[in-house]
Design a protein around this ligand. Structure first.
Ligand SMILES: Nc1nc2c(ncn2[C@@H]2O[C@H](COP(=O)(O)OP(=O)(O)OP(=O)(O)O)[C@@H](O)[C@H]2O)c(=O)[nH]1
Ligand SMILES: [Mg+2]
Length: 219
C-alpha cells in the first residue's frame, strides 16, 4: 500500500483547480465524494461498510488523508478496494491539488482504471476541510451520535457546504443524550436541501438506503 506526502498547492486559485479536477474525473467516469467529519466519528468504518455492501455493484477507490500513519488506507486495502494514504504535511485539510496528486498516485485517473466511485476521506476536523474545494462532485459529512446534537450550532459552515449528512453510530443512541429531531431541525435551518441518513456502520442499520442513494448519485 502506497503512502505519499502532499504539500499545499502552489497554484493561486484552488477553486479553478477544483473545477478542472471535477471535469477531468467526469470525463473518466469517476464520481468523487469528499467525506468530512471530526476525528473518530466513523469515516473509515462507514467507508469499510459501504465497500463491503457495494463491492459487487461498483468499483470503489479511497484516498485516505491524515497528518500521519497508514492505518486507514490499510483497512480499506484489506477489503480489496483501491486505496492510498496521503500525508498532509501537518495541514488539517485537503485542497484540489493535493486531492489530484492522491488520485493520480492511486491510479484512479489512469485510462481504463475502471473506478466509478472514489472517496476522499478528508482529515478529521469540522472546521478547515469545509473551507477548501477538493475537486469532489459531492460533499458528504458525518456526525456521530456521541459528538452531540449541538454540533450544527457550533460548526455551521460544514453543514452548509455538505449535500449529504450521515448521522452515524445510531446503535449508541440509548447511551447518549442525542435529540435526533432537534439535531435535524438545526441542520435544516442551515441547509434546507441537505439529504440526511441515520445509520449504524456497526450493525448495518440504515445502510441499504444510503447505498441505494450512492448508486443513484453515480448514475
Ligand atoms: N458503536 C459504533 N461504533 C462505531 C461506528 N462507526 C465507527 N465506530 C467506532 O468509532 C471509532 C472511530 O471510527 P473510525 O472509523 O476510525 O473514525 P474516523 O472518522 O475514520 O477517524 P479518523 O480517521 O481518525 O478521523 C472506532 O472505534 C469504530 O469502531 C458505529 O456505527 N457504531
Ligand atoms: Mg479514518
Amino acid at each position: 500500500m502506497k503512502v505519499i506526502e502532499v504539500k499545499k498547492s502552489v497554484t493561486e486559485d484552488n477553486d479553478i483547480d477544483a473545477r478542472n479536477l471535477q471535469e477531468e474525473l467526469k470525463s473518466k467516469g469517476v464520481f468523487l465524494i469528499n467525506l468530512m467529519s471530526s476525528p473518530g466519528s466513523g469515516k473509515t468504518t462507514l467507508l469499510s461498510r459501504i465497500i463491503t455492501d457495494m463491492k459487487d455493484r461498483v468499483n470503489i477507490a479511497v484516498v485516505e488523508a491524515d497528518i500521519d500513519a497508514d492505518v486507514d488506507a490499510k483497512k480499506i486495502e484489506a477489503l480489496g478496494a483501491t486505496s492510498i494514504q496521503v500525508h498532509t504535511d501537518g495541514m488539517c485539510h485537503m485542497d484540489a491539488g493535493m486531492t489530484r496528486t492522491g488520485l493520480l498516485e492511486a491510479g484512479v485517473l489512469e485510462d481504463g482504471a475502471g473506478i466509478q466511485l472514489a472517496f476522499l476521506e478528508n482529515v478529521g476536523n469540522l472546521i478547515c476541510p469545509a473551507e477548501f474545494a477538493t475537486g469532489a462532485h459531492h460533499n458528504m459529512m458525518i456526525l456521530s451520535v456521541p459528538e452531540g446534537d449541538d454540533k450544527p450550532l457550533k460548526y455551521p459552515l460544514i453543514f452548509r457546504e455538505s449535500k449529504t449528512l450521515v448521522i452515524t453510530k445510531s446503535d449508541t443512541m440509548s447511551f447518549f443524550t442525542f435529540d435526533i429531531d432537534k439535531c435535524i431541525e438545526r441542520v435544516k435551518k442551515i441547509n434546507p436541501d441537505i439529504n440526511i441518513f441515520v445509520v449504524s456502520a456497526k450493525t448495518g442499520d440504515g445502510m441499504d438506503k444510503l447505498c441505494d442513494y450512492l448508486l443513484e448519485l453515480i448514475k
